[in-house]
Design a binder for this molecule. Structure first.
Ligand code: CUA
Length: 338
């Protein structure tokens, strides 16, 4: 599958299906939907206004000077040479210093306000772990582990719901960025960063890794799925239970558990307990595969298992060289993990 059809497929999925929810397709920083993003937006408007005013004044003066004092046809003499003007020199030193000072103070105020926000007792706590090239989301208080799709409750004036994120990395530096919800925050190995969001609108907000982290950096996509409190509780309850078990799939399940898939992936309630790759306990509850590169359909799941490298070159899942029976079994079993 070429990258165009992948993108087209993903686009269709995002606009048409998207878990039956609105998907806000472009992460537009000028349409903030959470307090941190809104603070950044207001600051950026101030900075851009000041810069635009400087541009207009400077370009205006320059244009005026070029037009008014350009060399005339009958003008053979060098213009008068003028040196030193304390008044002008003080002006062009002090004014820029004042402008920089104002912008610095405005920026510091936003940074401090966003960074020092205390977490309310009822805030949802999520640990975000960056991997090459996918996102792990752990909800320690809820006992949930999932990947690439962060579910959070919507925050309203009546019922504010803040989500605090602890950001960590198992390998290299990544950066968590969902433009409509917050600014970027890096995920650094051996260091814990934090950020928070309070999304005001339900739907899926798209984001991506914003720090170059290797071959598939650009395909380290994520989505924040903002739900009504009741939908969020239902999602959390579904995620908490062990992976689905169907006796009719006993053979397929046995095949999966006999393969080395289990060394990297966890399926709750089974012997599969690897943590190197994404948790698969509720794989089919997610909209995409490979951290957002293809829609999560049974056909794409099969294609991914046949050759993950063809779909996301460089990703750390090897081609498992499954034979036809193993492939059928693993697809059937994984597709049952709702
Ligand atoms: Cu992770 Cu770029």
């Amino acid at each position: 599958m070429n990258s165009f059809s992948r993108v087209a497929g993903l686009w269709c999925l995002m606009t048409a299906v998207g878990c039956g929810q609105t998907v806000h397709p472009v992460g537009n920083i000028f349409i903030p939907q959470a307090t941190p993003a809104e603070s950044v937006y207001h600051l950026s408007v101030l900075v851009m206004t000041v810069c635009a005013a400087i541009f207009v004044v400077m370009a205006g003066l320059l244009t005026f000077t070029i037009m008014r004092f350009r060399r005339k046809a009958d003008d053979g003499n060098e213009p008068a040479q003028v040196y030193g003007s304390n008044r002008i020199e003080v002006a062009w030193t002090v004014v820029p210093i004042l402008i920089v000072l104002v912008l610095t103070m405005a920026t510091a105020r936003v940074v401090i306000a966003v960074q020092n926000k205390p977490a309310p007792k009822d805030a949802l706590q999520v640990t975000v772990i960056g991997h090459q090239w996918w996102w792990e989301f752990r909800y320690p208080d809820l006992g949930i582990v999932t990947a690439n799709e962060l579910h959070v409750p919507v925050s309203t004036a009546v019922r504010p719901a803040l989500t605090f994120l602890k950001l960590e990395s198992v390998d290299v530096a990544h950066s968590f960025w969902v433009p409509q919800l917050s600014g970027k925050t890096d995920l650094i190995p051996n260091k814990t960063n934090s950020m928070w969001i309070d999304p005001r609108q339900e739907g899926s907000f798209l984001g991506n890794c914003a720090e170059y982290c290797g071959t598939q950096h650009a395909n380290m996509l994520l989505r924040v799925i903002v739900q009504s409190p009741s939908d969020f509780e239902k999602w959390a309850a579904d995620q908490k239970v062990n992976a689905a078990y169907y006796s009719r799939l006993e053979g397929a399940r046995a095949t999966f558990l006999s393969l080395s898939c289990v060394n990297c992936h966890t399926v709750s309630g089974t012997s599969a307990s690897g943590t190197f790759g994404p948790d698969l306990s509720h794989l089919m509850s997610r909209a995409t595969l490979g951290s957002g590169v293809i829609p999560n359909t049974q056909g794409n799941l099969r294609a991914w298992l046949i050759d993950p490298q063809a779909i996301k070159p460089g990703n750390l899942m090897p081609n498992m060289q499954l034979n036809a029976r193993e492939l059928d079994d693993v697809v059937a079993y994984l597709a049952s993990l709702k």
